[in-house]
Design a protein around this ligand. Structure first.
Ligand SMILES: [Zn+2]
Length: 112
């Protein structure tokens, strides 16, 4: 998608700090971290949000969990974490390319 920030990051047309990447997913540092450890797990397929998932898309759920499991081996102090999907504008979603926040180093109740 031409106007999608995350698609542009995936295509390396925009800079980002990449922690991990494979054929299905990219993990980047959040530019405005809400916790000491804050990454975005972004499946490469452009799917706007959970509501837009089609039958062929549900494997992104596995991709997200599998990737979340990998992050603590790449980042210290990240064994305990929260995964968060903001789905829809009123829930705080600002980039309409499905992604999951990986938050660690702070309890989610303290994330402001
Ligand atoms: Zn996109």
């Amino acid at each position: 998608m031409e106007n999608c920030v995350f698609c542009q990051i995936i295509e390396k047309k925009l800079p980002s700090t990449i922690l991990y990447e494979d054929d299905a997913v990219i993990v980047i540092k959040d530019r405005a971290p809400k916790a000491p450890i804050h990454y975005l797990i972004i499946p490469k397929k452009h799917i706007p949000d959970i509501n837009s998932l089609k039958n062929d898309d549900y494997s992104v759920g596995s991709v997200i969990f599998k990737t979340a499991q990998k992050i603590p081996s790449l980042v210290s102090q990240a064994e305990n974490f929260n995964l968060l999907v903001n789905n829809g504008f009123n829930a705080g979603q600002r980039v309409f390319h499905l992604h999951t926040h990986f938050l660690a180093g702070k309890r989610i109740s303290e994330v402001g």
